[in-house]
Design a protein around this ligand. Structure first.
Ligand SMILES: NC(=O)c1ccc[n+]([C@@H]2O[C@H](COP(=O)([O-])OP(=O)(O)OC[C@H]3O[C@@H](n4cnc5c(N)ncnc54)[C@H](OP(=O)(O)O)[C@@H]3O)[C@@H](O)[C@H]2O)c1
Length: 381
């Protein structure tokens, strides 16, 4: 690979490609969000981003936007390595070659088995100059597509765990009441995350205690990122106990619902769920974390690249023990529950020594009305 350092102009256009890629958030999964800029020196000739699944890739959108501009001196800036395979659309490497673009600057690799540098190799063999950016811009480009990258590398979805905690670190009172610990603004934020993720998951304990809908709703006049898109709802429920009269099952024909059972689930229960339009997934494994991993593989096969895990504590603990939580967002609310039997956000086995505890890669804090939102990344893909 030709290792030529990017210029300041290159960095400027790459930053723009990453910025416009964002516009695909919540719209293109399981594809990655990608942005592209075609430029001649500082002059932008065309811009594009991947806007919908099955629609044109960012590179093609930028080439189209450049219209009749001559491209013989142009550089294409892309936030992700161009694809070289026939998927829902033809390979971008062909479109780049056909357009006669002599130089391509790339912000991040595509870790998919059918990519991994192959697109860049094809372009280089065609005599196209390839420049890879590094540092902050490369980090930003990789962070943009964590769900895509984890699914490509592991065959499992990226998991974002959210919880609303009291100031003393509790998520429910000793009687199981948790409505509402966080503020309305914080809950609105959760609805936005639901609309951005491919699936929302809870355990049967939460489904029974709260009878949630788990849909992306927005009480605010400002529309959600993608108002018509709803995440798949997923309930981890080994024995298929989810009541047929629950709000989740009642809506199952309009909004997709998967129930993850174990092999021990009675046939009558899973048949009844399926008759009501529920997709039943059988997770295998001897213990709860193993069944989490099994379910995640099957959900990824359903096209799920990102999951918002909403608890409760026992299911979240199993995800943590399985090392399947990639990011945590905790709302800390100005309320104190106390009580030995009040619930913690994460149960499971946990670490037995501080040296074995999960150290987060980052820690950020934001004020949302009366709450604090504390976010931390645990893994990077
Ligand atoms: N404040 C918050 O943000 C928040 C969020 C969510 C929930 N909550 C509160 O948390 C409480 C419910 O939490 P919970 O811990 O009792 O229940 P939970 O975590 O919602 O569900 C746990 C149950 O899920 C089932 N399950 C199936 N597969 C599993 C697996 N692989 N790993 C772990 N569990 C699996 C198990 O029951 P089976 O063996 O029968 O399948 C287990 O008992 C409620 O009070 C709710 O209000 C608070």
């Amino acid at each position: 690979m030709t290792m030529i350092a990017p210029t300041d102009i290159d960095r400027h256009h790459v930053a723009r490609a990453i910025e416009i890629a964002e516009q695909g958030r919540g719209r293109v999964s399981p594809n990655p969000m990608v942005g592209a800029v075609l430029a001649d020196g500082p002059r932008v000739l065309g811009e594009g981003f991947h806007a919908e699944l099955g629609g044109p890739h960012a590179e093609v959108a930028a080439i189209r936007a450049a219209g009749d501009h001559a491209l013989a001196e142009a550089t294409l800036y892309v936030s992700l390595e161009p694809c070289c395979h026939h998927g829902r659309t033809p390979p971008c490497t062909e479109a780049i070659r056909a357009a006669g673009i002599p130089r391509v600057v790339v912000a991040s690799d595509d870790p998919s088995a059918h990519a991994s540098g192959r697109g860049l190799g094809i372009l280089r063999d065609d005599g196209i100059e390839i420049v890879l950016v590094d540092g902050d811009l490369a980090d930003r480009a990789r962070l943009l597509n964590q769900p895509f990258r984890k699914r490509a590398r592991t065959g499992r979805p990226w998991v974002l765990f959210k919880s609303a905690m009291s100031l003393d670190g509790k998520v429910a009172t000793r009687s199981g009441d948790s409505k509402w610990i966080s503020s309305e603004s914080s809950r609105r934020r959760v609805h936005r995350w639901r609309a951005e993720c491919d699936a929302v998951a809870v355990g049967i304990g939460t489904a029974l205690a709260d009878d949630p809908q788990l849909t992306a709703r927005d009480p605010d006049p400002a529309p959600l990122v993608h108002p018509t898109r709803q995440p798949r709802r997923v309930v981890f429920d080994s024995l298929g106990r989810l009541p047929l009269q629950s709000r989740l099952v009642r809506d199952a024909r309009e909004m997709p619902l998967s129930v993850v059972v174990s092999r021990a689930a009675p046939r009558a229960a899973t048949d009844a769920l399926e008759i009501h339009g529920v997709d039943v997934i059988v997770a295998t494994g001897e213990h709860e974390p193993a069944r989490v991993v099994s379910a995640l593989h099957q959900l990824a096969d359903h096209g799920i690249a990102s999951i918002l895990l909403e608890g409760g504590p026992r299911l979240a603990g199993a995800f943590l023990d399985a090392e399947e939580i990639d990011e945590i967002r905790l709302f800390l609310a100005p309320v104190i529950l106390g009580g030995r039997a009040a619930r913690d956000p994460l149960e499971g086995e946990g670490a037995d020594a501080i040296a074995a505890a999960v150290r987060t890669l980052t820690l950020d804090c934001e004020r949302i009305d009366s709450d604090l939102l504390v976010s931390a990344r645990l893994r990077e893909w």
